[in-house]
Design a protein around this ligand. Structure first.
Ligand SMILES: [Fe+2]
Length: 242
């Protein structure tokens, strides 16, 4: 499996606290069947250099300890009106240097400013991968926003924890709606530690296999993520609109 969203880089955000914690997260991911992980620390205005040097250190550690986890560069970017320009300037990073930036938003909002940020990114030639849209209350209350963002050309990443119900009933229901209606592009861990919000994707794969048509788990956990890190087009299927 390919995990597109993880806070495994030590010391950069509220994810792995140190190299030891990052090592345990990597080992856990590998045991659950993850072969590739994109590192996506929270970033706002920059940090590309810091991410790349932390990534080099973590790669070296995993190599020294024989942990077979391929790591790719990335960020979880808090979307603002400056995001598109900062990406163009190389201060912010897309997922593995693709056309796909992972974009998160604040929890207190109404979706208006967010739509403008996504429009900017698309105009600049990017395909935003919206991080965990199911967690935003304004999306739960007005899922037609998802129709709009989809028609604009956005892709959607659902959190493992949302599907498992770890963030409550609202995100759980919305996550399954997005997956079941064909809006979800990928499911990722959004892992922060080896003990809670972990990078274990084995359980959510089982759940997806039980609940959705048999090919869905492979598309969400392998095929679409592979296309994203290889900078390929995503399939242009029609979802069941809200
Ligand atoms: Fe995250």
């Amino acid at each position: 499996m390919i995990d597109l969203h993880s806070h495994i880089l030590p010391g950069l955000d509220d994810g792995a606290r140190d190299m030891n914690a990052a090592f345990h997260m990597a080992a856990l991911a590998v045991r659950s069947g993850v072969g590739t992980m994109v590192v996506t620390p929270h970033c706002l205005h920059g940090g590309a250099m810091e991410v790349r040097s932390a990534l080099t250190r973590l790669r070296r550690t995993l190599h020294n300890f024989g942990i077979p986890l391929r790591l790719c560069e990335g960020m979880e970017i808090f979307g603002t009106p400056e995001t598109a320009a900062l990406l163009k300037a190389g201060k912010l990073l897309t997922l593995n240097r693709s056309r796909y930036p992972l974009i998160e938003f604040g929890f207190e909002s109404d979706g208006t400013g967010e739509t403008a940020v996504l429009e900017d990114l698309i105009r600049a030639g990017y395909t935003p991968l919206v991080a965990h849209p199911e967690r935003y209350q304004y999306v739960q209350e007005d899922p037609e926003l998802i129709n709009l963002w989809k028609k604009m050309g956005c892709a959607f990443q659902i959190n493992r924890g949302s599907l498992l119900g770890r963030f409550g009933e609202g995100p759980r229901t919305m996550a399954w709606e997005l997956a079941g209606r064909g809006f979800a592009t990928a499911v990722a861990s959004d892992a922060h530690a080896a003990t809670f919000r972990t990078p274990w994707l084995g359980d959510v794969r089982e759940l997806l296999l039980e609940a959705l048509p048999p090919t869905a788990a492979a598309w969400l956990l392998e095929e679409n993520p592979r296309r994203i890190i290889n900078n390929e087009e995503l399939p242009s299927g029609e979802p069941e609109w809200f």
